[in-house]
Every structure is written in C-alpha cells, then in structure tokens.
Design a protein around this ligand. Structure first.
Ligand code: COA
Length: 379
C-alpha cells in the first residue's frame, strides 16, 4: 500500500522550512549571509569576534560599555575546573579532539554551573561560559595528547589571541590574529545547518544546553559538515604539489569521488563566506611561504567550477589557512566549534523562547502487517 502524499519522505529535509529564526539569513541567490541583518563580510572586516558573539546572542551590536562587561565575563570564565583537567589527562591519546571536546562538554553538563534544564535566559548565560571554556578545553587536550604541559588562559588577551597563546605558547602578528578572528566570525552561524538543527531538536525536548552542544559537536564532526575543513587539508597534502593537481582532479572526477570543501546544500552558485576567507588564506600564504597550497587550491577550484559547476565552500580556504597559522589538522573542526557554539546557543535560546517539540513523520516502506509465528514454527 503506497503512502499518501503527506507521508512522502523529503530526503535530507531538502526544501523543508522547519521554523522561523531571527538569528541569521542565508540568501543563496545573492550569495549573501546576514547575522541579525548585518552582512557577514562587514562584520568580519570591522568587528572583533567578541562583538559578533554579542550580536548573535543578544540581537544587537554592543555599545562600548556593553562590550566591556561582556568581554570581562568571557575572560573570567576561561579557566577550567581542575577536575575537568584531570579527566582530560585520562582521555586516550589517540582519540580525536572532536570526541574529546564532545565528552568534555558533556562533563561540564554535570557541573553545578551548567546542570539542569534551561530557559532562554539561562541558556544565554551558560552559553557565554561555554564559549569561554571551549578554547581552553581544545588547547589543553591537544597539548596533553602531545605530551606537553597545559598553558593556562590569559585574561589580558582577546578571545583569538588567547587561543594562539594556549595552543602554541605564543601570539603571532596582529594580521594573523585578525585572519583567525575573522574566520571565527565567518564560522559563527549559518541558519538551520545540520549541527544547529541537532541542537534545536535536542533542546526542543526541554533538555539542556550542554546536551544540545554535545549533540551538535557530534553532528559537526562528520566530513559532510564541519569535518570537511580537515578533509580538505588531507586532499591538499595528498596532491603534494601544484603539478599533480590537474591529474589528481581528473582521476577524482572520473572515479566519482566527492571532493571535500566543494558543494553546499543551499549555495549552488558559490558560498558567501568564501571570498573573505580566501583573502585571509592568500595573505597567510604570502607571509608563511604557502604559495604551493594556494596554487593547488586554484587548480582544484578552476577545475570544479569549469567542469562541474560546483563551487568551494568556506572549509576549502579555511583548512589551508589554519594549517598556515600553525594549527595541527585535527584541530580545524574544534576551531569551527569555538565559533559555532555561539550560533548554537543563540538558536537554543530562540527555540526555548517559543518551543514546540520537534517530531517529524516517517514514510513507512517496511513489511505489511503480519502475524508472529512461534520460534518452534520458524525453526
Ligand atoms: N565533489 C564532487 N561532486 C559533488 C560534490 C563534491 N564535493 N558535492 C556535490 N557533488 C555532486 C554530487 O555527486 C551530485 O551529483 P549527481 O547529481 O551526479 O549525483 C550533485 O553534485 C548534488 O550533490 P548532493 O550530494 O546531492 O548535494 P547535497 O546537497 O546532498 O550535499 C554536500 C551537499 C555539502 C554534503 C556535498 O556537496 C558534499 O558532500 N560536499 C563535500 C563535503 C563538504 O565540503 N562539506 C562541507 C559543507 S559546508
């Protein structure tokens, strides 16, 4: 018996409008993205990540005194409970940093500061503290698994500069910090993408922010979503030098491989965030002699656009940019989390402000009703 039309599945929920949002607006036809009405490239150029985080969480860009109070709270919340550091020390050294981060956020959900179901207000308060702690977790876990000592956060450094300090023990030139900070702005929010949708579904059951963020981290890890920035780097390393790029692409297309960092469910003619991130990547390549990576990237981009009409997404320039900044490849997706936790929090607060349990239907394609036969008869 065929299902009536209202039970027909929409694979991947393509084209399904699941709820309203005021947080961001993706206008795919114009290749543009707005956070609370502001074009994302203007925010990346003119604002620090802390201002953008404030905008996403509270709906308006902060005044100087609002920003001062926000920055003060964020910096004061960076330290981890020593017990969490002990837990991090026990994680398997071979574990992926995204799994470590997901587990650490889950652990935080049991600390008194974070425990318990949330309303919009508590989600925003906890979200700010989580945003402050996530970089500390990422850096501490990475150093521990490399046998290095943990570097404590500094309260005199910006969100981005402090991350370099905790990971690498030094803060690079302001232009490099700016490129990193701008990349966080570009990564901070993007409508009802898979991880944000996950967070909203989880909290729609009246679960809590840490649960929603743990689930969102798991969703982001996949190579079709945030994990693509790592996967891009693996491709660039595999190609090795610009002379190999054309043949590699021809082979990949002939064997119908998915090329990581290309394509997007919503942007079919180009990703609004790519020009800005490509600019950062190229600036970094000049500074750190990364022309080879840029040339390989250009061959792939030209080939994909001319032969397949498939355009690069944000992960394509972000992967090599983070590599040039000195971060290990398996930190790229955790860095994405550092930024996106702000978007997730804004969405969790919005969901809770006008909540309805998310509960879609299924198109059933299994067996028709039948009668159970006893084990003896089946044998
Ligand atoms: N490389 C090669 N071909 C690709 C491609 C890629 N990166 N992305 C899409 N295509 C092709 C598909 O093979 C498909 O071709 P077909 O119609 O001949 O089968 C067509 O383009 C449509 O792609 P589809 O996978 O149906 O699109 P989607 O909306 O379901 O998926 C992505 C979107 C992002 C999952 C997909 O483009 C992808 O896997 N990209 C690589 C991973 C990535 O960079 N993810 C980060 C996203 S921000």
């Amino acid at each position: 018996m065929a299902s009536p039309d209202r039970f027909k599945a929409k694979k991947g929920l393509e084209g399904v409008v699941f709820d309203t949002t005021e947080v961001s607006h993706v206008v795919a036809e114009q290749k543009s993205l707005y956070y609370r009405g502001y074009p994302v490239h203007e925010l990346a150029e003119q604002c620090d990540f802390e201002e953008v985080a404030y905008l996403l969480l509270y709906g308006e860009l902060p005044t100087a005194s609002e920003l001062e109070a926000f920055v003060k709270s964020e910096r004061a919340a960076r330290e981890l409970n020593p017990k969490l550091l002990e837990v991090l020390e026990r994680f398997p050294a071979g574990g992926h940093p995204m799994d470590a981060l997901r587990t650490a956020v889950s652990y935080l959900g049991m600390e008194s500061e974070f425990a318990g179901a949330d309303d919009s207000q508590s989600a925003l308060e906890k979200g700010l503290s989580l945003t402050a702690k996530i970089p500390t977790i990422i850096a501490a876990n990475q150093r521990l698994r490399r046998g290095k000592s943990v570097i404590a956060p500094r309260t005199d450094l910006s969100f981005s500069a402090n991350f370099f300090h905790m990971c690498l023990g030094e803060v690079p030139e302001p232009e490099v910090v700016k490129a990193f900070d701008g990349s966080l702005t570009l990564y901070a929010e993007h409508g009802f993408n898979a991880s944000t949708f996950t967070a909203r579904v989880i909290v729609s059951t009246l679960s809590d922010l840490c649960g929603a963020v743990s689930g969102a981290i798991a969703a982001l890890k996949g190579s079709l979503h945030g994990g693509a920035n790592e996967a891009v780097m693996a491709v660039l390393k595999e190609i090795g030098s610009p002379e190999n790029a054309e043949a590699w692409l021809a082979d990949a297309l002939a064997t119908k491989k998915k090329i990581m960092g290309f394509g997007h469910r919503i942007y079919r003619n180009g990703d609004s965030r790519v020009p800005m991130m490509t600019h950062y990547r190229d600036q970094l390549a000049e500074r750190y002699h990364g022309q080879g990576l840029v040339e390989i990237s250009r061959v792939l981009e030209e080939g994909m656009v001319s032969q397949k009409k498939i355009y690069p997404n944000l992960d394509f320039p972000a992967g090599p940019a983070y590599h040039l900044m000195g971060f290990e490849t398996d930190l790229f997706t955790p860095i994405f989390v550092m930024a996106r936790v702000v978007g997730w929090t804004a969405h969790v607060a919005e969901q809770l402000a006008d909540n309805r349990l998310v509960r879609p239907l299924a198109e059933y394609v299994g067996s028709q009703p039948r009668t159970v036969i006893s084990l003896a008869e089946r044998s």
